[in-house]
Design a protein around this ligand. Structure first.
Ligand SMILES: Cc1ncc(COP(=O)(O)OP(=O)(O)O)c(N)n1
Ligand code: TZP
Ligand code: MG
Length: 221
């Protein structure tokens, strides 16, 4: 089973909450509530509805960017990028029980987040995507291979998810680079049936023995 993090998005067809609900129904066990540019109260309102849904589906819920809100709502964690709160500061606020993910585009970013105590890394973008503005340079397969081999050389062991414009067909080759999981939004929400597409992705065989999928379960309550 592939470690899949679903990134919520609002489309003409689906609300943020609906997008997460479909991923959960398709078997996704890890949701990132990302509501870029939405007021904090709106993020809180959606998170309050999503939290019990994730619990019902035994899925992890993390928030994009909002450290204090994650603490207040007692969700499972946060994802932080270069323009967000530094990971060591977030760790002081959240403690060890919360999951903290960090965005990396280069090996230097990886080292920085690893030293700061991140629990996992979202490395990307794999390719161009319209889901996020102001993208860092695209990495392609070569970018992942290069970063992963530098990590191996430096004995840096931390779960990595690939993100950015990833399609179903890309997944085997991305996993072959040594990445542990995949973060997706558009591929799922653009499918005719997002629930079935989620299931298809999760159930697709991992075609390499090098891939070590990972799970944050069981999580301390
Ligand atoms: C899993 C994962 N990886 C990367 C990102 C990007 O985070 P960030 O650079 O902070 O950009 P925004 O998502 O906040 O626009 C992510 N959210 N998740
Ligand atoms: C949040 C984020 N960070 C880098 S790319 C991206 C968007 C991922 O969504 P998609 O799978 O639709 O490209
Ligand atoms: Mg961010």
């Amino acid at each position: 089973m592939i470690s899949l993090q679903f990134i919520t998005h609002q489309t003409e067809q689906y609300s943020y909450l609906e997008s997460a609900r479909m991923a959960l129904e398709g078997g996704c066990k890890w949701i990132q509530l990302r509501m870029k540019d939405a007021p904090l109260e709106e993020v809180e309102a959606v998170a309050l509805q999503l939290k019990p849904l994730c619990k019902e589906h035994e899925a992890i819920l993390i928030l994009d960017d909002h450290v204090e809100l994650a603490k207040k709502l007692e969700v499972d964690g946060v994802h932080l990028g270069k323009k967000d709160m530094p990971i060591n500061q977030a760790r002081q606020i959240l403690g060890e029980a919360f999951i903290i993910g960090g965005t990396a585009n280069t090996f230097e970013d990886v080292v920085q987040h690893y030293r700061a105590g991140a629990d996992y890394l979202g490395i990307g973008p794999f390719r161009f995507t319209t889901t996020k503005k102001n993208l860092s340079p695209v990495l392609g397969l070569e970018g992942y291979s290069s970063i992963l081999s530098q990590m191996k050389e430096a004995n840096i062991e931390i779960p990595v998810v690939a993100i950015g414009g990833i399609t179903f067909e890309d997944i085997p080759a991305i996993l072959h680079t040594g990445v542990n999981g995949i973060a997706l939004s558009g591929t799922i929400l653009g499918a005719d049936n997002p629930v079935e597409e989620t299931r298809r992705i999760i159930d697709s065989p991992q075609r390499t023995r090098r891939t070590q999928s990972f799970s944050f379960f069981p999580k301390t309550e």
